[in-house]
Design a protein around this ligand. Structure first.
Ligand SMILES: [Zn+2]
Length: 202
């Protein structure tokens, strides 16, 4: 006796399982938790670093804060990212100093990602009503989101600059791999970094 009876809930259950699959896992280079992209450009005395990472790697969630605990977690993340001198350790003899840090995420408002230098002046600009960005809609609960960070360093002795030790893994254990693109004095190159391999040379 065959039992081909289908329960009404079965199709729905399958639909939920299928839609829960991480679609982005099939697109290499796209949003994958644990991975992030790092770009380093050396131009004369200026070193510019850009990080594009799923928020999950840095924060453990990818949505606008829903409570005070999440607000605090975002502020803690922002202050770690703003302290970029300890995230990127350039050749000491080159005497590179952090000039600016700029953090952006579509799901986090600007007041949660204050500028690095602690200058209250530029915060006034961001509080203008014309800059209002709508809060993440509750329909986007399962959506993914990323953070984009750009840091600029100024080096007093750029001729001594040979590389950088990337400390992001130590500060953000959710980060497991960095795909790195370097545009340095000797041209362009790409490589990967991991918690076991954090040094870049050019
Ligand atoms: Zn995600």
């Amino acid at each position: 006796m065959r039992r081909i009876q289908r329960f009404p809930g079965q199709a729905m259950l399958i639909a939920i399982i299928v839609s829960g699959l991480p679609v982005w896992a099939h697109e290499p280079g796209a949003h994958v938790h644990g991975r992030a992209a790092l770009e380093i450009a050396i131009d004369g005395a200026v070193a510019q670093v850009n990080l594009n990472s799923p928020l999950d790697n840095l924060l453990g969630f990818e949505h606008a804060p829903r409570n005070e605990k999440e607000r605090q977690a975002i502020k803690a993340m922002a202050s770690k990212l703003n302290e970029a001198s300890s995230l990127f350790v350039f050749t000491p003899a080159a005497q590179c100093r952090l000039e600016s840090a700029d953090l952006n995420s579509p799901v986090l408002s600007a007041d949660l990602l204050p500028p690095a230098s602690g200058s209250g002046k530029s915060a006034d600009k961001n509080s203008g009503a014309s800059e209002f960005s709508p809060p993440a809609s509750s329909a986007a609960v399962d959506a993914h989101a990323e953070l984009d960070a750009t840091w600029q360093f100024q080096c007093a002795k750029p001729q001594a600059l040979q590389g950088v030790d990337v400390q992001l893994f130590r500060m953000f254990p959710g980060l497991r791999r960095l795909d790195v693109a370097i545009a340095g004095p000797k041209g362009q190159s790409s490589t990967k970094l991991s918690p076991e391999s954090t040094r870049l040379k050019w």
